[in-house]
Design a protein around this ligand. Sequence first.
Ligand code: FAD
Length: 441
Amino acid sequence: MQSRDLVRKAVWSVIYLLFILAPLFALLTGTLPPARNFGTEFSVALGYSGLAMMGLQFGLTARFRHVTEPWGEDVIYHFHRRVSLLAVSLVVAHPLILFAIRSDKVAMPGSLLEVPWGAWFAFLSIGSVIVLVITALWRKQLKIRYELWHLSHIGLALVAIFGGVLHMIGWGFYLTDPFKRTLWICMTAFWVALLLYVRLFKPLFMIRRPYRIAEVRAERGDTTTLVMQPDGHAGFRFKPGQFGWLNVWGSPFRITGHPFSFSSSAEAANGRVEMTIRNLGDFTSQVKTIETGRRVYLDGPYGAFTIGHPTDMHVLIAGGIGITPMMSMIRSLADRGDQRPLVLLYSGKTWDSLTFREELDALKARLDLRIVYVLSDPPEGWSGEVGRIDAAMFRRHLPPEFADHEYFICGPDSMMDAIETALGEMKVPRIRYHSERYSFV
Ligand SMILES: Cc1cc2nc3c(=O)[nH]c(=O)nc-3n(C[C@H](O)[C@H](O)[C@H](O)COP(=O)(O)OP(=O)(O)OC[C@H]3O[C@@H](n4cnc5c(N)ncnc54)[C@H](O)[C@@H]3O)c2cc1C
């Protein structure tokens, strides 16, 4: 890992911690309310921290390129999930501790009408947080469509946060001081601004920078390539291996963008970009019906999965449609006349399903590229590799300085897990391999 990336990671981590902790410490400055027992104060601190963490989630998912780049978008999304669970645990622990210690703050009123309004907002906030977590963890089991889930996720998060802030203001124990009240209101405004940036300003920017479908190309393996040309602007430059969010039907304001790696060369002329999409669900099954000339929107580039140091052997490991970022790397290196040694281990079900097979074989003439095809359902007479890519297969095809190569892995989750384990067994240090996971959610 480059030291520049390490510094950026450290700086963003410190900023993140500051945003979480500073509002909490600010509560302890100025005029303080009379001290209560430890359990009550501790539970209140948990509530405030949990809320600050929840609010900052809007920042984690705002796709700020400079923030996400040192880690990669998938790592940020997984962090978002983990932090959400921690934040929700803190928020839920807050009333549970108060109940457990029978704090007078949660003494049961005689009737519902006597429940103070600040408490109603606490119920609302915690209720939404619980529904939010259940639907996020078990969306597939609950058979909730991705788009519907995404919309409800944002709605529930807003209710949880506003409910939490109104609860704090309603209770007002630590927020009697106008400065503290203003601080928390400004924080809430900042969280909402993050959301507005993603859902309003960014789409407005994208609407002025549309793309046109220049070609729709059928590929092997029930897969389609969309060739897109910027319409009235220069487009953007991307690094081979990065991805973008594609919005085909509907304006950029609709929450229907899908993430796809760029499969074309980063050196392509006139801002042209290609995405190669396998038919795997609702949206992807419709891609082959897209007509040329259609206006589409692209948000990108994103991701940290890109070619490494020029003197290292690059081992590209692709499973199924995980070939797309590798294809962009290979095409870009060919266009750049880059002769670094490349080994591509490309696994697929059948020989006929291997997308880009012919072009890959042709590109060998322009590169120092060796390809190992691995089939799970080989044709009769197949003499190549069969089954799963594992440590033994690496040993058969790679020079033995395993820890010196750089590895790039993209494919189904189970394959990626197995390969990361195999590289661990081969004593390849973690910083020498890079993974792009296609399952954010
Ligand atoms: C960084 C990245 C790069 C990718 N690159 C490619 C590529 O080059 N080629 C390719 O064919 N596929 C790629 N994918 C996978 C692709 O995004 C999904 O297959 C596609 O979004 C599925 O949509 P669907 O409606 O057809 O399938 P569905 O059956 O509706 O969904 C299948 C699963 O895909 C996920 N998904 C659905 N919609 C979205 C969305 N809007 N955003 C995020 N996830 C969603 C959900 O987990 C869902 O359960 C990539 C994914 C990621 C995260």
